[in-house]
Design a protein around this ligand. Structure first.
Ligand SMILES: [Zn+2]
Length: 242
C-alpha cells in the first residue's frame, strides 16, 4: 500500500521506462533469419484422409475451406483481395471436383493416363463399355446414348464415373441414402444417376442400406418370443430337476 502510494505520487511522467525492443542491441550471433517456404503444386497437395471424416458433407466443406486457405495464402503475396465469409457455391463445386479427380486417379489411374494422352481405353478395362472421356476440368465422364437429348442436363447426359470401393463414394452413397429418408432403394439410385455413374451401383447401394445403423434398428424384429413363453409358463421344482 505504501509502495503504491509512493508510485502514484510520481505521476505518469515520473514512472520508470522499460527499454523498447528496437533500442536493445543484440549480438550478431543472436540474430537469425527465419524464412517460411511453402510449395503447393495443384493436385499433388494431399488433403486429410477420407477415413478421418464422418460424412460426405463435412469432407467436402473441409476441403473447400482448405482450398480457400491456399487461395488466400497466394493472394497474400500477389496482393489480391482475401476471400472471406461463408463458403460460396463455386468453392463447394471445386472441392467436389477435387475429390472426383482424386477418386478417379486412385481407382482408374491407367485409364486416366491413357485419356490424358488422347488414347482410347484398353478393351480389357472395366470402363471400356462406358466409352469414357475427360471433360475440361479433368473429370472422367461416361459417353452416354442420351448425349443428343435437349431435355436432359449436361451432368445427366455425361455422368461422373466413380468406384464404389473408395471412401468418398461410400460417403456419397450414404449421403443420398440419408437425404432420401432411409427409404426407397430405387429412388436413391435414380437420384444418384442424375449425376454419377457408380460401378455396380445397385449392389453397392444395397450394401449401404444393410450397413446403415438406423435402418437396422427400424427393421429389427423382436426375437425373444420363445424365451418369454418359457419364462412365463408355470413349472414346479420337480419339472426343473427332470
Ligand atoms: Zn438408413
Amino acid at each position: 500500500m505504501v509502495q503504491w502510494t509512493a508510485i502514484s505520487k510520481l505521476g505518469q511522467l515520473g514512472w520508470p521506462k522499460e527499454p523498447l525492443m528496437n533500442d536493445v542491441i543484440l549480438p550478431e550471433e543472436e540474430i537469425k533469419k527465419a524464412v517460411l517456404c511453402m510449395v503447393v503444386t495443384g493436385e499433388t497437395f494431399k488433403f486429410q484422409d477420407v477415413e478421418r471424416f464422418s460424412s460426405w458433407l463435412k469432407l467436402v466443406r473441409t476441403t473447400a475451406w482448405c482450398k480457400r486457405f491456399l487461395v488466400n495464402f497466394k493472394n497474400k503475396f500477389t496482393g489480391l483481395i482475401f476471400v472471406r465469409g461463408e463458403l460460396m457455391v463455386d468453392e463447394i463445386e471445386r472441392a467436389e471436383q477435387h475429390w472426383w479427380r482424386a477418386v478417379q486417379r486412385e481407382c482408374f489411374g491407367e485409364e486416366m493416363s491413357l485419356l490424358l494422352r488422347n488414347n482410347a481405353v484398353h478393351k480389357n478395362s472395366k470402363l471400356f463399355s462406358l466409352n469414357p472421356f475427360l471433360d475440361n476440368t479433368g473429370v472422367m465422364r461416361v459417353t452416354g446414348r442420351t448425349e443428343r437429348s435437349s431435355a436432359l442436363e449436361e451432368a445427366t447426359k455425361f455422368p461422373i464415373i466413380l468406384d464404389p470401393s473408395h471412401g468418398f463414394t461410400k460417403f456419397l452413397m450414404r449421403y443420398y441414402h440419408e437425404q432420401g429418408g432411409h427409404h426407397g432403394l430405387e429412388t436413391v439410385i435414380c437420384n444418384l444417376r442424375l449425376k454419377y455413374w457408380i460401378l455396380h451401383m445397385r449392389a453397392s447401394m444395397k450394401k449401404v442400406f444393410m450397413e446403415c445403423q438406423r435402418c437396422k434398428i427400424r427393421k429389427a424384429m423382436p426375437s425373444t418370443y420363445g424365451y418369454i413363453t418359457r419364462r412365463t409358463s408355470p413349472a414346479t421344482g420337480l419339472s426343473v430337476c427332470v
